[in-house]
Design a protein around this ligand. Sequence first.
Ligand code: CA
Length: 257
Amino acid sequence: MNKKLAFFRCGGGLWYISFGDARILKVPVNRQKMKILVVEDEKKTASFLRKGLTEKGFAVDVAGDGEEGLRRAQSGEYELLILDVMLPQRDGWSILTELRRQGRQTPVLFLTARDAVPARVRGLELGADDYLVKPFAFSELLARIRSVLRRRSAGQSQTLHVADLELDFVGNRAAGAGRSLDLTPKEFVLLALLARRKGEVLSRRIIAEQVWDMKYEGESNVVDVHVRRLRSKVDDPFKTKLIHTVRGAGYVLQEAH
Ligand code: CA
């Protein structure tokens, strides 16, 4: 029998319906689409950035004021933040200062006005990764974004230690107190995500998106099941417990709770 297929895009996935056996399947597309948060109150600039970056394959969210920008940036969903300096409610400096105070190392690219040259230096001192003077050419922005992201990934080391836990990102292996841990590939990805973002509470939604590339629907317990299994290997045999549940929020990997 010839099956009829219909394809449609929705919610970051390519779906198809097969009429032959009434299946609806989601095939994830654009795996690992990089998420960028733009905090910009000028509507024209914001929509120019959203449009341009989306066309270049980034997933873009826009926040129109400093408070919303900080709140979103704290979700930990973004690979890069583009911050305007002058913003309603909370300025770009203050967002960056607060994020770095919380230990969040998301790269930040500042947009500054031409007459604010000394301010650029301040941004870099506060921990910004780069700045761009308005008005700027989109190609210039893109070049800066790529260079920030490249620097960041080059700076990521190939092994990571947290207490007695050692992660080897080249061999995709983990060891606890020198003993090799028998992890499935997904368990390793989950552990690597938690370890790379040590001290940061990750929601089930973020974990589901990053590890399984799936939309978290709330009723699914896939994250909890895998965290439980991971704990039985990473924490149960050892004295120091690393993976902690934060009620109502998610999971965090840290040495002390
Ligand atoms: Ca502004």
